[in-house]
Design a protein around this ligand. Structure first.
Ligand code: HEM
Ligand code: MYR
Length: 414
């Protein structure tokens, strides 16, 4: 027996999504007491799903594909047109393996050491300034660290502008008008930069370490052929850009230390630091949802899906689902002491297995950057948090504290 899917009435609800942001899906799920509903977004029928089981369904590659799922406006700002995010099947596997090969213990250990060094440099810089904005400083710091780690040359003269451009690409994903245009232009400039780097490596003008992302992207082959220059540039940027996006989590971590100061002294062990980083990824809003397209007709939980149906999976909702999390609205890193990860119940960067599906390959990079930032902020830096607007606008996607977390009277501890 099939059952009827709850429906949102009306011609189109894009306006509601844009004016309700992160709250749009959760509000309707609770109003309708459901894990699934049908609506119309951007003129198309859309099936919206939430919950752990829906996340598992979303990652079933026999049922869903990604090609055709990602709006071109998101590709032209955030992800790049035609990169790994849009591929399916064997093509995706081969491309994805290239990203996974960057994440060895040795390479990740190197990244941690680089991020630590960059924080020491940044601490002195912030001390000289006296007052600084954590979000902006983190974007620049992470870009420096990632350029060292990936083998991309970056001069002191360009680091702030490049970081600004990459930040604009991320920020534009959910923006319209000027915010979108600024991000689109920033992507064009940044892809040109990445193309120059790949070309210089291929022509032997730039030496890079084997195993570094720039080297891997420059020489990766598919069916015997090097990636075309533009695609290699997009994929190299698919390593650097999302790491810069971690600046959002770093400023949320700063906010957490401010709002829940009892944690400052509790972060002694590596495990405590790791729990804290994970709770920051769970608690604060980042990835709202992702889309996919049904590959065939099938039935799930009594509901009928038709080939070509577009679905939207609510990742934000899973991280705060009261069926999965005790008191989800409380910030409590200790919850990760006995948390059992089943790949679909904690999904700040997607779910499933990163080797096969589309789950983010960059979770270890993300966690390392958050951990080392929190270690530095709590262990090596003294600062005050002046009066400012720290509210998180839940309508804006992606969001961050309004003031971007201003710090004052900054001092490096002796
Ligand atoms: C994919 C989030 C950091 C590289 C994804 C996806 C999400 C995500 C939601 C899509 C999952 C899916 O399509 O099923 C984030 C967030 C980050 C972050 C919120 C931190 C702020 C990173 C880092 C890297 C990275 C640091 C690289 C070092 C990628 C790549 C993909 C991806 C290459 C595409 C994977 C694929 O399509 O197979 N990320 N990510 N991400 N992420 Fe991340
Ligand atoms: C990255 O740079 O790849 C990391 C961030 C990926 C998360 C996706 C967040 C999308 C936010 C806006 C989508 C709004 C579409 C209306």
């Amino acid at each position: 027996m099939t059952r009827e899917m709850p429906k949102e009435r009306g011609i189109d609800h894009t306006f509601n999504l844009l004016t309700e942001g992160y709250n749009y899906i959760g509000k309707r799920m609770s109003e309708k007491d459901t894990d699934i509903f049908e609506t119309r977004l951007l003129g198309k029928k859309m099936i919206v799903m939430t919950g752990r089981d829906a996340a598992e369904l979303f990652y079933d590659e026999t049922k869903f594909k990604r090609s055709g799922a990602l709006p071109i406006r998101v590709q032209k700002t955030l992800f790049g047109v035609g990169g790994v995010q849009t591929k399916d099947g064997q093509k995706h596997r081969v491309r994805k393996a290239m990203f996974m090969s960057l994440m060895t213990d040795e390479r990740l250990g190197l990244l941690r050491a680089i991020v630590k060094e960059e924080w020491e440099r940044k601490g002195r810089e912030m001390e000289r300034k006296g007052k600084a904005v954590l979000f902006d400083e983190s974007e620049e710091l992470i870009l420096r660290a990632m350029c060292r780690w990936t083998g991309v040359p970056l001069t002191d003269v360009e680091s702030w502008n490049r970081a600004y451009d990459i930040g604009a690409m991320i920020d534009a994903a959910g923006g319209v008008g000027k915010r979108y245009k600024v991000g689109e232009d920033a992507r064009v400039r940044t892809e040109d930069w990445m193309e120059e780097v790949i070309l210089a490596i291929r022509e032997g003008r730039l030496q890079t370490e084997e195993g570094s992302a720039a080297h891997v992207m420059a020489f990766h082959r598919e069916s015997g052929e090097l990636l075309d220059l533009h695609m290699a540039a997009i994929e190299l940027l698919n390593v650097i850009r999302p790491a810069v996006a971690v600046a959002r989590f770093v400023s949320f971590a700063g906010l957490a230390l401010h709002d829940f100061p009892e944690w400052k002294d509790k972060l002694q062990t590596q495990k405590e630091l790791n729990n804290f980083a994970n709770e920051v990824r769970r608690f604060y809003p980042f990835t709202p949802f992702l889309g996919a397209i049904a590959k065939k007709d099938f039935e799930w939980d009594g509901y009928e899906f038709k080939e070509g149906d577009a679905v939207l999976m609510d990742f934000h909702g899973v991280n705060r689902d009261p069926r999965l999390w005790d008191e989800p609205e409380q910030f409590n890193p200790d919850r990760f002491n006995d948390f059992v990860d089943d790949r679909f119940n904690f999904v700040p960067q997607g779910g499933g297995d990163p080797n096969h599906g589309h789950r983010c390959p960059g979770e270890p990079v993300t966690v390392i950057i958050i951990e080392e930032s929190v270690r530095y902020l709590t262990g090596s830096l003294e600062y005050e948090v002046p009066d400012q607007d720290l509210t998180i606008n839940m309508v804006r996607m992606p969001t961050l504290p309004a003031s971007r977390f201003v710090m004052d009277r900054i001092r490096v501890k002796e």
